[in-house]
Design a protein around this ligand. Structure first.
Ligand SMILES: Nc1ncnc2c1ncn2[C@@H]1O[C@H](COP(=O)(O)OP(=O)(O)O)[C@@H](O)[C@H]1O
Ligand SMILES: Cc1ncc(COP(=O)(O)O)c(N)n1
Length: 269
C-alpha cells in the first residue's frame, strides 16, 4: 500500500475530561473521528463522572493549559477550535487570551452545568465568559440554562429564543446557536448572526440517554468548519449528526447514558 501523503483537517478541543466517555474531551474526539478530521485536545480539568453525575473535579494549572495549546498550535496547527468545560475564571481568561491570537474559527460551548445539575463552571467565571470568551467566538452554542445564566433571559418559546440570541450576540460572537433541546416538543435550535435566521428542527427522541449532546454538537460544528463549510452548512450537518447520535443513545450505567458517536458506522439493530 502506498504511504498516504494527504492530511485531514485538524480540530482542537479545549475542554474537560469525562471519565465516563460520554461528554467532554472524549465526546469531542469521538465526534471528530466520526466526521473525518484529526482531533487534538487541551485538557482544562479532569472529572470523575459517570451516568449518575459528577463525583469529583480537578482543574489543571493555567500553565499546563498554555503549554498544551502551544504544543499543538506551534507544531501541528489547527483549522478550527472548540471550547467546552473551562471550570474557573482563570482558565476562561487564559483560553480567551490564547484564542484571541488564532485565525481559526472558534466554537464556544459555554458549558455551565452538567445534565445532572453539577456545576462545571464557577459562578464567578460567568463575567469572564461574557466579556473575554464570547467576543472571540465565531459561533457560541448556549443551551437554555446557559442563556439564563449569561443573560438572565428565561426562554419558554421560539420568540424567547430570538431574544436570547440578540442578547448573546451583544457579547460579541459572530453567530449564536441557541439550543432548544430543553424545551418540550420538536428539538428546535436557532442559528443567527443578527440578520439571517436559520431554524433547525429535528424530531425529539424520547431517549433519556442524552449525556454529551452539547459537546457533540459543538465539536461537529468545529469539524464542519475545518472541512471548509460555512457556518450555516456546518451547523446543519452537526444537527443531523447529533440527532442520529441521540436516537441511537446507549443505556449505559444506572442514569443518563451517552449518545452513540459511532451511529453512522454501526449496523442498525
Ligand atoms: N431528546 C432529544 N431529541 C432530539 N434532539 C435533542 C434532544 N435533546 C436535545 N436535542 C438536541 O441536541 C442538541 C444539544 O442540545 P441541548 O441538549 O439543549 O444541549 P446541552 O447538552 O448543552 O444541554 C440540540 O441540537 C438539541 O436540539
Ligand atoms: C467534562 C464535561 N464537559 C461537559 C459536560 C456537559 O455535557 P452534558 O451537558 O451533556 O452533561 C460534562 N458533563 N462533562
Amino acid at each position: 500500500m502506498p504511504i498516504r501523503t494527504a492530511v485531514p483537517p485538524r480540530v482542537l478541543t479545549v475542554a474537560g475530561s469525562d471519565s465516563g466517555g460520554g461528554a467532554g474531551i472524549q465526546a469531542d474526539l469521538k465526534t471528530m473521528l466520526a466526521l473525518g478530521v484529526h482531533g487534538m485536545s487541551v485538557l482544562t480539568a479532569v472529572t470523575a463522572q459517570n451516568s449518575l453525575g459528577v463525583q469529583g473535579t480537578w482543574e489543571l494549572p493555567v500553565d499546563a493549559v498554555r503549554a498544551q495549546y502551544r504544543s499543538v498550535v506551534d507544531d501541528i496547527g489547527v483549522q478550527a477550535v472548540k471550547t467546552g468545560m473551562l471550570a474557573s475564571a482563570a482558565l476562561v481568561e487564559t483560553v480567551a487570551e490564547l484564542l484571541a491570537g488564532t485565525d481559526a474559527p472558534v466554537v464556544v460551548d459555554p458549558v455551565g452545568v452538567s445534565k445532572h445539575g453539577d456545576a462545571l463552571l464557577a459562578a464567578e467565571a460567568l463575567d469572564s465568559v461574557r466579556t473575554k470568551l464570547l467576543p472571540v467566538a465565531t459561533v457560541a452554542t448556549p443551551n437554555l440554562d446557559e442563556v439564563a445564566q449569561l443573560t438572565g433571559v428565561q426562554v419558554a418559546d421560539e420568540d424567547g429564543m430570538r431574544r436570547a440570541a440578540e442578547e448573546i450576540l451583544a457579547f460579541g460572537p459572530r453567530w449564536a446557536l441557541i439550543k432548544g433541546g430543553h424545551l418540550p416538543g420538536e428539538a428546535v435550535d436557532l442559528l443567527t448572526d443578527g440578520s439571517a435566521e436559520h431554524w433547525l428542527r429535528a424530531p425529539r427522541y424520547d431517549n433519556r440517554h442524552t449525556h454529551g449532546t452539547g459537546c457533540t454538537l459543538a465539536s461537529a460544528i468545529a469539524s464542519g468548519l475545518a472541512l471548509g463549510q460555512d457556518v450555516p452548512t456546518a451547523v446543519e450537518g452537526a444537527k443531523a449528526y447529533v440527532t442520529g447520535a441521540i436516537r441511537a443513545g446507549f443505556a449505559l450505567g444506572g442514569g443518563i447514558g451517552p449518545v452513540d458517536h459511532g451511529w453512522r458506522t454501526r449496523a442498525a439493530d
